[in-house]
Design a protein around this ligand. Structure first.
Ligand SMILES: [Zn+2]
Ligand SMILES: [Zn+2]
Length: 248
């Protein structure tokens, strides 16, 4: 099992893992440590049972070790249990852009256009097969000041090329995007442009703007599907929702 980020969803997952009573041994890959990607970690039930093991992988931020960031997140002024008081075995390891083998998967990491050191992951079973990419926070358009090379767009398209499922930032409508250049996110239409350029099979619109209700997400989905058809219809598009299951 490989968990991607520790948002509020890991609370429900933790309850599910704890409910079957068996020891839990999991790897969790962090894209970056903005709140929405680590908020659920202090509430991840497997942390609080002896015999469990949780290995967290991610990048250092602004010279600060990932473990220190997680420790601060559970400081006694904001949380009753400190990181050093967890019953489970915790191992925090830094990773860099590149490739690693993890939990039976080949994990490829690349830096994306988002504040701090934010990584995107492409994940394929070690023995080969269908792959998916997880890119929750990424600014595809101009704006922002990110530490990526001039060849970034081409590199990124190559990184994603032929992925079966691409889970990508589609936070803003095109109108909203104009007011949020430099915020580190993309529009639904930028996401489909990337997906079709990289020849992925399915785009999963992700990181919905909290202000959008279901009707707005549906309208954006319809607009994205229309754009996919206009580009030749090669990419299937869905909008992520809580509890969504995708079989590769
Ligand atoms: Zn972020
Ligand atoms: Zn985010």
């Amino acid at each position: 099992m490989l968990i991607l980020d520790g948002g509020t969803g890991v609370r429900a997952l933790g309850r599910q893992l704890a409910a079957n009573g068996k020891p839990v041994s999991v790897d969790l890959l962090v894209t970056h440590t903005h709140w929405d990607h680590i908020q659920g970690l202090p509430f991840f039930l497997p942390f609080f049972r002896p015999g469990n093991a949780v290995r967290i992988w991610g990048a250092r931020q602004a010279g600060i070790d990932l473990e220190e960031i997680l420790r601060n997140q559970m400081s006694p002024v904001v949380f009753p249990v400190p990181l050093d008081g967890l019953a489970a075995e915790l191992l925090v390891t830094h990773i860099e852009p590149g490739e690693l083998e993890l939990a039976g998967f080949k994990v490829e990491a690349i830096r994306v256009r988002h504040p701090g050191v934010t990584l995107a992951y492409r994940i394929t079973p070690s023995e080969g097969g269908r792959s998916f990419a997880y890119v929750p926070d990424n600014e595809l358009g101009p704006g922002g000041d990110y530490d990526v090379p001039g060849s970034w767009r081409d590199d990124f398209v190559e990184f994603l090329n032929g992925t079966d499922v691409l889970i990508h930032d589609a936070m803003y409508t095109s109108g909203e995007l104009e007011r949020h250049r430099g915020w580190g996110h993309s529009s639904n239409l930028e996401a489909i442009e990337l997906a079709s350029e990289a020849q992925v099979q399915q785009l999963v619109m992700f990181h919905h703007r909290p202000e959008h209700d279901d009707d707005q997400v549906d309208a954006m989905l319809e607009e994205t599907r229309k754009a996919a058809r206009a580009r030749g219809g090669g990419v299937d598009v869905i909008a992520a929702r809580e509890g969504l299951k995708i079989t590769l």
